[in-house]
Design a protein around this ligand. Structure first.
Ligand SMILES: [Zn+2]
Length: 236
């Protein structure tokens, strides 16, 4: 049963969680023995504590029993996410060293590594090595807030525009968090409640509908391989 016990250890079974840390889209549970369970949610995944009596959703891959009343569950319908065990915090830092600064609090000068790039700004925002944590919805919303076209090359943004964009990213992410995230298609919050952020979206999911600023119909195209919506009048 050595294999089974090793697997149990790697899921922190029987362990005490000493700390929970997050960077970008990755969450890490640090056990009392220093080992780390990294949880990555795909677009439709969820991870959280629910009453043990709650019905088990389809695609629940892992259930940790916390006590008689509560369970921690990892649900991942489309299997874009996953859990990874690391032996210690050094391994975690090595893994996260490939990620850019966290989107919730971008430091000034965050754009230095991408400022000279000819890549579309939207592609750079979705690249987790440049900024960690910006998803497709939030990239479109932040670009709309500061009037930048998603296809504009990074090298054609001024330092001031990058600064404004960094602040818009933080603002849109905090606002989404405060309203429980965006319930788009199959995503739901753990426990079943819907997020309400989608009600305040300026552009995402609104292709063909009027721009909230100028009323012109919003454009839609693939940028960086992702559906992208923006206003040709307000964003350049
Ligand atoms: Zn407009």
């Amino acid at each position: 049963m050595a294999g089974a016990s090793r697997q149990a250890k790697r899921l922190l079974l029987g362990a005490h969680v000493r700390e929970i840390v997050r960077h970008g889209k990755q969450l890490a549970l640090v056990g009392a023995d220093g080992s780390v369970l990294v949880v990555q949610l795909g677009m439709t995944g969820s991870f959280g504590v629910v009453p043990a009596s709650a019905p088990c959703e389809p695609h629940t891959h892992i259930i940790w029993t916390l006590d008689r009343l509560r369970e921690l569950r990892f649900v991942d319908p489309r299997r874009f996410g996953g859990v990874t065990w690391l032996k210690d915090r050094h391994a975690l830092m090595a893994r996260w060293s490939h990620l850019g600064p966290d989107a919730l609090a971008l430091p000034s000068g965050w754009s230095a590594p991408i400022a000279a790039s000819r890549r579309a700004i939207k592609a750079a925002l979705l690249d987790q090595r440049a900024v960690a944590g910006v998803g497709n919805i939030y990239a479109d919303e932040a670009l709309s807030m500061v009037g930048l076209a998603p296809e504009r090359p990074c090298s054609r943004l001024t330092a001031r525009q990058f600064e404004a964009l960094g602040q818009a990213i933080g603002a849109v992410m905090r606002s989404a968090l405060a309203s429980g995230g965006s319930t788009i298609r199959t995503y739901r919050r753990m426990g079943g409640g819907a997020g309400t952020f989608q009600a305040s979206l300026r552009v995402y999911g609104r292709a063909g509908q009027p721009c909230v600023t100028c009323a012109r119909p919003l454009e839609s195209a693939l940028v960086a391989g992702r559906t992208t919506v923006w206003c040709r009048s307000c964003q350049s």
